[in-house]
Design a binder for this molecule. Structure first.
Ligand SMILES: *Cc1c(COP(=O)(O)O)cnc(C)c1O
Length: 235
């Protein structure tokens, strides 16, 4: 465990250095970028090691796992729901995740609105965009985002904070630069429309394989799992 603890601390340090390097190349300040440590499939003991190394923002993609980890880990952790969310699971996510990265349909928005109303909460979300139009991925088509934002703006319990994308899997991060650039442009366009209850301050993009390119292109949030915790057994 001690070795693992050191390795995780070292990995976090390296990832943060790489974020700072990429930010520097783009003339940005590293403090603009939030690192989300993606802890899906990892046990509580491993998350505790990352916590002791100073990490406070963790991402999970399954409601069941989030529900198990949430009550047993320190309450100053900011949990993010980064995975696809089904409407029947919404009630288990509200009050736990501070940010849902994956809103991409009206039915889900309606359910979040009703549940948040019932519990007198506000729910912060990102809109997931399928930027490369991959059949295997969730998310809105880029050309449908503005119309969707206008519909969501009517839900007074939902605060849109920005956009999220899972770019195509590739061994060559440069291949995703065009998609990250397109996401940034989309966020700027929508921001310019000044829609009520909608901000575009968060751009969640970039994973272990491509987060530096994402930061160079304007990511304000990167989601890194493997680069911190090592390979996952499944998912
Ligand atoms: C698993 C996952 C990540 C992290 O992926 P790595 O390649 O391990 O960094 C990021 N975002 C989402 C939505 C994920 O499901």
């Amino acid at each position: 465990m001690e070795n693992l603890e050191n390795r995780i601390a070292e990995n976090i340090k390296k990832v943060r250095e790489r974020i700072a390097g990429a930010a520097g190349r783009a003339g940005r300040d590293a403090s603009e970028i939030t690192l989300v440590a993606v802890s899906k499939t990892k046990p509580v003991s491993v998350i505790e090691a990352a916590y002791r190394a100073g990490e406070r923002v963790f991402g999970e993609n399954r409601v069941q796992e989030l529900s198990e980890k949430f009550p047993v880990l320190p309450n100053d952790i900011a949990w993010h729901m980064i995975g696809h969310l089904q409407t029947n699971k919404v009630k288990h996510v509200l009050g736990k995740a501070v940010l849902i990265h994956s809103l991409d349909n009206i039915r889900l928005a309606q359910t979040i609105q009703e549940e948040a109303q019932k519990r007198d909460l506000l729910c912060q979300v990102l809109l997931e965009v399928n930027v490369a139009g991959e059949d295997s991925k969730f998310g809105l088509p880029p050309q449908g985002v503005e119309e969707f934002v206008r519909q969501i703006a009517k839900f007074d319990r939902i605060r849109v904070k920005g956009l999220m994308t899972v770019a195509p899997f590739t061994e060559k991060p440069e291949e995703n630069r065009k998609y990250f650039r397109q996401m940034k442009r989309l966020a700027v366009d929508i921001s310019g429309k000044n829609i009520d209850n909608v901000s575009m301050e968060v751009l969640s993009m970039g994973m272990t394989g491509d987060f530096e390119v994402a930061v160079e292109e304007g990511a304000t949030m990167v989601r890194v799992g493997t680069g911190i915790f090592g390979e996952r057994g499944y998912h």
